[in-house]
Ligand binder design. Structure first.
Ligand code: CDP
Length: 784
């Protein structure tokens, strides 16, 4: 049990105001583009307008003639340095600057460096490239056709097939399907979307010829991993590389990979001996950096007539674009997609995924998602609704019937994961009660009789977050643990540093709260620092809701090491034996004599001024935490939607979100995480897609086409929670950041399909625009 701390200390469970917001709300944050170094110059990319074309000559003379232009770097220049290609984060390689041919629209072809940003952009227009266009492959379903163009001639395998991955028992699953009285399924496309963080990607690379030291300020969610990869790929000594990720304006997975712009800025700085800044434009960000999803999925459920589910069969085609630049653990080509049995007690399951290349931007990043759990949650939550429709059963009743029972945890699912804990019924019942489910169903019947369209969508998702454990999880061979180092200063104040790097999640507050919880030092006296590889301990960074399960746990463990040493010092100061001391947040006291006490601040001072014999001076600790398992947060989301028959416009009337992330560090921050993620889920469900036309032209490459919800479109989110602590996390906490993005798309889509189900509608692919709904209504004779 966690001891409750006072509001002054501000440990776990207190809604402490975000420390970082003091600078953010005053516009005093320091982002990469705020950096202005003496002698700094600017880089700009030349990009191809073609999706697939041979490159002939690249003429740079005119660009070089423009006053202020310092260099134009091409793929051939990089080839000479052995840097024309770089490894992706997933067993593939990617061109830094194109040589030979281009493979997607907006691919990087040359890098122009000039004294100022505008000259660099103007000069980029003057670089002339000869292209000879090639047949374009856009539809992944045709990637393996005999007449499909082979995109990656650099590979030994002359095929567009990247991988086949399967998990589960195919035979046993097929066996259940053969005899099952009910089968239901759907084809669902989780469209290509983009995290679209407010701040685009960028860097400042600063190589000092005199010291041979390279400092890179970078929008990086994983600065340590980037440092190691820079060292391995560029052959620079790792001790001479410093990566600093300053304040970051949103990452959501977009800032995990290494992009050509970073490499080119480093090369230019090495060449010129001056700092080089490169900042992406919005369109460059949307068109060329890590996209998410793009999964074409089929799910089938075998069930009894009473709705009891028996087996799940899933087949998926993954479109990775021109290079497989998925940022996910080495052993999992389809990430954690095999969590697709979700919250339900299936006896058998089988899941297979094939990845293919197309002429699109590379990626497959985990957009606010634990490596494809979003696709998995969407698929199973849609499939359960399709089954309910088939059985003419209430979707809530169907779910309640099939949930993994609370007493079955830890639960091993047929696709191999061991869920640590859960109580799905509790979350569902709370959500049903809160929204007034029964009354809504009655209202729906009345509305239908009156010819009006109203739908109720449920999603009771299960998550899988907190990668490691290191024995199974690595990125490019680097094991997925995380870390924390804490120093208690003589006056009792503390500095804590982690291997993670927040991009808006509030770590400076919540990680300070963990130290406050464990050591009783007020949260106001604790500074949290992340993102500087020269000072922070090594860690794998922040994405996939892994920070709390990994670095959060490391923070608790490092604090406990400090407390153990503090006990020794307290025993010395109180002239008592260690066993006779008791702890309450902030002080040790002698058992039975609470007035004989030493505060953590007194102990900290003694650690430097009055050290017991045989004890090292100082009060600090570091911990590298390798989690024994992932954590499995969950929740139930319910959406009520009204649809305008005339325009097809869906209006979210209510949305109730019940989340369970175990013990909560900061309820206000968790609420903020849920609000933000639900808003992203809304956008994915109704507004966003990076689509391509048949020539490979990006259709969603600006915010005019790729819509970002504003306060006008965003409904009021009604949040609540249940609490099922993780049994293996030192604080009983589970990650939460991505839950709303993972869980909500299915709730929105289920609501719209539910509103139209009496018309025979079974599924609509996202984004569900008013136009799409209106077309269906027209087809069904509802709209004119
Ligand atoms: O890795 P990332 O920080 O994106 O995700 P997370 O670990 O789910 O944490 C997101 C934010 O919510 C952080 O500030 C966490 O400390 C906070 N959080 C919390 O207060 N309580 C939890 N049980 C989980 C997260």
């Amino acid at each position: 049990m966690l001891q409750k701390t006072s509001p002054e200390i501000g440990g776990m469970g207190h809604s402490v105001k975000r420390k970082e917001d003091l600078r953010f709300i005053q516009g005093k944050g320091t982002y990469v583009d705020d950096l202005h170094l003496p002698g700094m110059v600017y880089g700009h990319m030349v990009r191809t307008p073609y999706a697939h074309a041979k490159i002939g000559a690249i003429r740079t003379e005119e660009a070089m003639k423009l006053p202020g232009v310092l260099a134009v770097i091409t793929g051939h220049d990089l080839e000479k340095a052995g840097l024309a290609w770089m490894p992706t984060l997933f067993h593939d390689k990617q061109m830094v600057l194109a040589t030979g041919k281009v493979l997607f629209q907006s691919q990087e072809v040359a890098f122009v460096v000039a004294e100022d940003r505008y000259t660099a952009a103007d000069a980029a227009e003057l670089v002339e490239v000869d292209y000879d266009d090639l047949p374009v492959l856009v539809d992944p379903h045709h990637a393996l056709d005999p007449d499909a163009p082979i995109l990656r001639e650099d590979r030994q395998e002359k095929s567009n097939h990247i991988f086949h991955w399967e998990v589960g028992d195919r035979q046993a699953t097929d066996g259940v399907f053969q005899s099952a009285p009910v089968k239901a399924g759907l084809n669902a496309f989780f469209q290509r979307c983009h995290p679209a963080p407010l701040e685009t990607c960028g860097c400042v690379a600063d190589y000092h010829p005199a010291t041979a030291r390279l400092t890179v300020w970078e929008t990086s969610q994983a600065p340590h991993a980037h440092r190691t990869l820079f060292a391995l790929v560029a052959g620079l000594p790792e001790n001479n590389i410093r990566i600093i990720a300053p304040d970051i304006g949103g990452g959501f997975g977009n800032k995990v990979p290494i992009y050509p712009g970073y490499v080119c800025a480093v090369v230019a700085s090495l060449q010129l001996g001056r700092p080089v800044k490169w900042i992406e434009t919005r369109s460059e960000n949307l068109q060329s950096t890590g996209f998410a999803r793009d999964y074409h999925m089929t799910a089938e459920i075998a069930a009894e007539r009473d709705g009891t589910v028996k087996a799940l069969r899933v087949k998926t085609l993954a479109d990775h674009g021109a290079f497989n630049a998925a940022a996910q653990p080495s052993k999992f080509p389809a990430g954690l997609f095999s969590i697709c049995t979700g919250s339900y007690d299936f006896a058998e399951a089988f899941c297979e995924v094939d990845g293919v290349y197309t002429n699109k931007a590379p990626g497959g990043i985990a957009y606010r998602c634990s490596f494809r759990v979003t696709e998995a949650a969407y698929l199973i939550e849609r499939a359960m609704d399709v089954l309910a429709q088939e059985l003419k059963m209430d979707p809530a009743e169907l779910r309640l019937k099939n949930f993994i029972p609370a007493d079955k945890f830890p639960y091993r699912c047929p696709l191999g994961w061991t869920y640590d804990s859960g109580d799905y019924k509790a979350a569902m019942n709370l959500a049903l009660g809160k929204i007034g489910y029964r009354d809504l169903r009655e209202e729906q019947q009345q509305k239908r009789r009156a010819g009006e369209l109203m739908g109720i969508g449920i999603s009771s998702f299960t998550e899988i977050v907190g990668a490691g454990p290191a024995h199974t999880f690595d990125i490019c061979g680097i094991k997925m643990f995380d870390s924390c180092e804490i120093r208690i200063h003589p006056t009792g104040k503390a500095t804590a540093r982690m291997g993670t790097k927040a991009q808006g999640q509030g770590h400076e507050t919540t990680f300070a709260q963990i130290v406050a919880q464990e050591l009783g030092i007020p949260v106001a006296d604790i500074t949290v620092e992340e993102g500087d590889t020269d000072t922070a301990p090594y860690g794998l960074g922040t994405y996939a809701s892994r920070s709390t399960p990994t670095a959060g746990a490391a923070t608790a463990m490092a604090s406990r090491k400090i407390r153990a040493k503090a006990r020794k010092i307290a025993a010395h100061l109180l002239e008592a034996s260690e066993e006779d001391l008791e702890w309450e947040p902030g002080k040790f006291f002698v058992k039975g004599a609470p007035s004989k006490a030493k505060t953590i601040q007194e102990i900290a001072f003694a650690a430097y001024t009055n050290i017991p014999a045989g004890v090292e001076a100082g009060l600090e600790a570091v911990h590298y935490y390798d989690p024994p398992n992932l954590t499995f947060p969950f929740g139930t989301y319910i959406c009520v939607v009204d649809i305008d028959k005339g325009t097809g416009e869906p209006k979210i009337r209510r949305f109730v979100a019940v989340d369970d992330c175990g013990n909560i560090i900061n309820p206000m921050i968790v609420d903020g995480q849920i609000h933000g993620g639900l808003t992203e889920g809304l956008a994915i469900a109704f507004m966003q897609e990076i689509a391509y036309d048949e020539s490979g032209n990006v259709q969603g490459g600006t915010f005019m086409d790729y819509l970002i919800p504003t306060a006008v479109e965003t409904p009021n989110w009604e949040t609540d929670k249940t609490c099922t602590p993780s049994p293996h996390h030192p604080l009983g906490a589970k990650g939460v950041g991505e839950s709303p993005n993972v869980g909500s798309p299915a709730a929105f889509v289920n609501a719209v399909v539910d509103a139209l189900s009496h018309l025979g509608v079974k599924h609509i692919d996202m984004p569900i625009t008013p136009w799409k709904i209106w077309q269906i209504l027209k087809e069904k004779g509802v709209s004119e």
